[in-house]
Design a protein around this ligand. Sequence first.
Ligand code: SF4
Length: 265
Amino acid sequence: MITGKELREKYIRNQPTAFCPGCGDGMVLNGMSRAVENLGIERKDIVAVSGIGCAAWVVSPYWRVDTLHTTHGRAIPHAIGVKVGNKDLNVVVVSGDGDCVGIGGNHLIHACRNNIDLTVIMINNGLYAMTGGQVAPTTEHGEKTITTPYGNPSQGMDVAELVKAAGASHVARWTTYHMRELTKEVEYALEKKGLSFIEVITQCPTRTGKKDNLSTLEMLEWYKNNTSKNPEDGKITVGRSVDKERPEMADVIYEQIISAGGTLK
Ligand code: SF4
C-alpha cells in the first residue's frame, strides 16, 4: 500500500500548499488522490477542472493530473467540453459552494439534467472564503458573515436536493470527518456513468473558525456529532442519496454523430 509520503509525491505538486493550517481543502485533495490510486486509474486519463476560490486550488495548482483552471462558476461548461471531446477521459470538477451553486448554479442544474458523465465534488464551507467570508447560497439562515453581520436573512440551499431534482445519477454528501467514506464515494463516482455529485461539508478555520472561536478539531467534532446517515435523526444527513441509471449525454451525442454518417477520432 502506498504511504502518505508517496501519495503526496505522486499526486500533489507545489508543496507545501498555500491552504491555511487545518483547511479541509487539503483533506479533500488527499481523499481524491487516494481514490484514484485505489482504482489504479492512470493520471493521464484524468482531466480536472476548477473555477475560482480556495477549493479551485485543489485542482490547480495542486493536483498532479491534467488540469484546466477556468473562470468563476464556469468549471462545469469547460468540463462538458472536455468530456464531449474525449468521452474516454475521467473528468473531475472541484468547486467551492459559491463557485458551484452561486455563480455557476445554472451550469450545475443543466449538467445534471443532461446527466453528462462528470464527477463534481463541491467543497462546501458555507461562505465565500477566499474573498473574506461573504454570505453564500449555502450559508445557513441566521449565520453571521461579514456581509450579514445581523445574521443571514436568506435560507441556506440544500444543494444535494437540488441536483437530485435536476437529474444527477449519483448524489452523496459527506464531511471532512468522514474521510474513509468520502474516499470510497469518490471511487464510486469515478466509475459511475453519468453525473456524480459529491458535497463535502468542510471546515474553513480562517473564516468560520475565527468567527465562531472554534479550532479545526472542534469543527470536525461538530461534524461528527451533528451528522447522521438516518434522515429521521434530524441532523445533517450524510451518505449516498441517489444512485440510478439514466442516459448520458456524451454517449447520446456520439451515437447521433455515427447515425448521421459522421466518424469519431
Ligand atoms: S480561507 Fe478558509 S477555505 Fe480558504 S484556504 Fe484558508 S481555511 Fe481554507
